[in-house]
Write a protein that binds this ligand. Structure first.
Ligand code: HEM
Length: 532
């Protein structure tokens, strides 16, 4: 591959990461606050207390400002697939077609049809209809996320596809074989749960922080005391769930992506009864082997082995072994399937060499660990806020109010770090090969059996036969997925264009959100505290 194409791929990655990050500055709030509003409206219908309706109405205004930018920043990705990642699009097109079409037809239509009613329907339709509308929007936005995350989950663990060699010149195209394996993939499903729960945490901190701002200023006190209590309950449920779901998520990674796990936990050499490292920095020595610059283990032996594989003695993959095992397994597969060897040469090898099979370790380790540490901080903040709010004294506790206010950006940061863990951690793959880590009775990894079989139609002796081949053939590295005709100049221009436009739009959007958040509720009932 020409050096220029490698550069094009690197800038295209940077561009995609930038647009995805801008997108994710708006998506999680949409996911979480739509649900929060639906719950508020339902509480209003059940209790008949006007304050819940007013709260729903106030938070809907901020939700609507946020929603528009989520859509605007999201659409660009579909174009980027075509313009920058044409090889990838051709490769995954048949798999992604169904989930993304469902996303557009059902979920996106549902949310965008009803969002107008949610914003403009107050006092025009009755409250039962408004509540149903609020649930339709919440359901639509979260359903939308489901299909996108299933598609992303497939890139991490590409099950349910059939390999038909030679379906396009010089490579393969993954064709859908079993839709249920895409839809009910544990990797995709846990990703969905983790992401919507992240959205709930973002929304809870947003509501709690803005409520804290007004309580510190001693304005709209009754209104924001109730908002803070609702946010603290919502946030406490979400943040505790997130720790549990995060653990299940990490277990799925451990089973399917050994290089990502080794980087997330900074494990240099495969280790049995492995501990968790509370802090670590990894370098490479002159022989190209990974080693520690420093490490700080948590003194509980085997805790990482247990969390990753539910066995205190299980071996956890290390970076050096992953590289060796991947090289050996790919070489073996090429020898066993000479008629398909060209696929691996095209999709995996870089200039005839094996690529680095591990992601940038320190980025992935720290992104993962800071996300986890923040996760525990959120549990603390919401629990303390709930405790004081329930006692009715939250408005007097300025330290927790200030902490909540300044913590508004933290769940966004945790979410962005989560994506860095998932996507930087997936490198060098854009589609990870289909891998499953198994252990023997002594807890040692069966390195020779890491690939799961996939169905295939291949040509043998002049005939097309249906057979099974190792999941090694599903792997496509990022550098091989870029549009080959793209030039550096073209990508630089679009990258700068996106950066400038999205920065301006995001600043404007956040300025608007801040303006309306500071203004507080407006309608008559919110001002008369007796109404509550
Ligand atoms: C103790 C807490 C947590 C654990 C154990 C955990 C675990 C994980 C793991 C293993 C991944 C990578 C998944 C992959 O590579 O496919 C991930 C990704 C992610 N995390 Fe967390 N996480 C935790 C807390 C949080 C918090 C508090 C947030 C946000 C408020 C968050 C948001 C995300 C997001 C948005 C992603 C990317 C999407 C995904 O892969 O699900 N996480 N998390």
């Amino acid at each position: 591959m020409a050096a220029e194409l490698e550069l094009v791929a690197s800038i295209s990655r940077l561009q995609f990461a930038t647009t995805a990050y801008f997108h994710f500055l708006f998506v999680p709030l949409t996911l979480g606050i739509s649900l929060f509003i639906a719950i508020l409206m339902t509480t209003y219908l059940v209790t008949g207390k006007q304050i819940y309706r007013d709260m729903a109405r106030f938070w809907t205004k901020l939700f609507a400002i946020n929603f528009a930018m989520g859509v605007a920043t999201g659409i660009t990705h579909e174009f980027e697939f075509g313009t920058n990642w044409a090889v990838y699009s051709r490769y995954v097109g048949d798999i992604f077609g169904a989930p993304l079409a469902i996303e557009a037809l059902f979920a996106f239509f549902l949310e965008s049809s009803f969002i107008g009613m949610l914003v403009f329907g107050w006092n025009r339709v009755n409250d039962v209809v408004m509540t149903l509308v609020a649930w339709a929007v919440a359901f639509g936005t979260n359903l939308s996320a489901l299909w996108i995350l299933l598609a992303n989950g497939w890139m991490q663990h590409p099950g349910g596809a059939i390999l038909k060699a030679g379906t396009w010149v010089g490579g393969i195209r993954a064709e859908l074989y079993d839709f249920s394996q895409v839809t009910f993939s544990p990797v995709g499903d846990v990703k969905f749960m983790h992401t919507i729960t992240a959205g709930m945490i973002v929304a809870a901190m947003f509501v709690l922080g803005i409520s804290a701002y007004h309580l510190l200023k001693k304005q709209h006190v009754e209104f924001f005391k109730r908002s803070a209590l609702a946010a603290a309950i919502f946030g406490m449920i979400a943040s505790v769930s997130e720790v549990v779901i995060g653990d299940i998520h990490a277990h799925e990674v451990a089973k399917t992506q050994p290089s990502k796990l080794a980087a997330m936990e900074a494990i240099v050499d495969s280790e049995k009864a492995a501990p968790i490292l509370l802090a670590a920095w990894v370098t490479k020595n002159e022989n190209g082997q990974y080693e520690y610059a420093f490490k700080l283990p948590l003194p509980i032996p085997g805790i990482l082995s247990f969390l990753a594989y539910h066995n205190f003695n299980a071996q956890v993959p290390g970076l050096n072994d992953v590289q060796k095992a991947m090289e050996e397994n790919f070489t073996k597969v090429m020898k066993e399937y000479p008629e398909l060897a060209e696929i691996i040469e095209n999709n995996v090898m870089l200039n005839g060499q094996w690529p680095e099979f591990n992601p940038p370790v320190n980025i992935v380790y720290w992104a993962f660990h800071i996300m986890v540490y923040l996760g525990f901080l959120f549990v603390f903040i919401f629990t303390v806020a709930f405790y004081y709010a329930k006692k009715g004294v939250l408005h007097e506790k300025s330290w927790i109010l200030k902490l909540a206010l300044y913590s508004i950006p933290l769940p966004y940061i945790a979410s962005l770090l989560g994506w860095a863990t998932a996507e930087v951690g997936r490198q060098p793959w854009i589609v990870y090969p289909l891998v499953e880590i198994k252990h023997d009775a002594n807890g040692n990894i069966l390195w020779g059996e890491i690939f799961k079989d996939i169905p295939a139609m291949i040509e043998k002796g002049g005939q097309v036969v249906e057979t099974k081949v190792p999941g090694a053939f599903m792997g496509l590295t990022t550098y091989k997925a870029v549009t080959p005709t793209l030039t550096v100049l073209e990508v630089v221009i679009t990258f700068i264009g996106f950066l400038v436009i999205f920065t301006v739009l995001s600043v404007l959007d956040w300025w608007l959100i801040a303006k309306y958040a500071k203004k507080g509720p407006e309608t008559g009932a919110e001002k008369t505290q007796e109404a509550y």
